[in-house]
Write a protein that binds this ligand. Sequence first.
Ligand code: PLP
Length: 296
Amino acid sequence: MNEILVLIDPSSPALERADLAAAQLPVTDLSAHRGDGIFETVLVQVETPDEVTVVSRGRHFERFRASASALELPDPDPDLWNRALDTVIAEVVAADPSITEFGVRYACSRGGQKPGGGQAPRGWAFPVPVDDSIQRVRAQGISAVSLDRGYDAYLGSKAPWLLIGAKTLSYAVNQAAGRYAVERGADEALFVSHDGVVLEGPTSNIVIRRGDHLLTPDPAAGLLSGTTQRLIFDHAAGLGLTAEYADLSIADVLSADGAWYVSSMRTAAALRELDGNPIAVDDDLTTKLQTLIKAG
Ligand code: PLP
């Protein structure tokens, strides 16, 4: 994976090609010490160097705009951000024409103090590899432990300052939950609201199958609305399934006919075990979901 970084100046607007390995961000940037910014990670599928698919490109940008609005950041210009994405993709594919998939992460920080006052948002975009850990969870699935998210379901509309549902750069809690899960012998955490409603993983949504129905927690319950989950729901009928939002309990997940952690880079990983209890595994649907998601 080559070391390209594209710096994005939303105010000019302008793009600048830079070196990913070199220092770029002043420590005074509010993303660096407050996590004050937003980001997206998209999966890119390469059929041939001329046939490239950015999975859920529009869904990601729509959410990026919604996150910007929630944080009162300037509305991102689609032309500028699409150009940044395309620049990274073109460079990665040119450097390695045999590459079949990779990710691109793009972010916008509130920036730092401008010399004359006010803040100057800054953005960046760079490639991320589909590494062995992603391939492993796609192939083998995962185990999880349920963890209390610390708030009741449906709190977000009453407490917009919590930014529940925005994809911000403040991921320290999500990272800590992941470490906590690993210390307890599981691969992942499963966040559950304080009043017992299943929410999401630290970097993924959960989808279960009950008979012919796919079910996932309602984003309004207090989680990030996933582009992958929405892609699956938009195509569920083609799999002969209906798709609905529902309040799910841990018992619902344990009694499901299949459960998956879904997110842009991992696509769909079977959730095989929760809190030490086995969950039914549907290998056929895992393969179908992964194929569907990669097709974008
Ligand atoms: N929930 C959280 C907290 C996430 O960080 C992510 C992924 O980034 C998701 C859900 C899944 O979202 P997506 O499918 O858009 O990758």
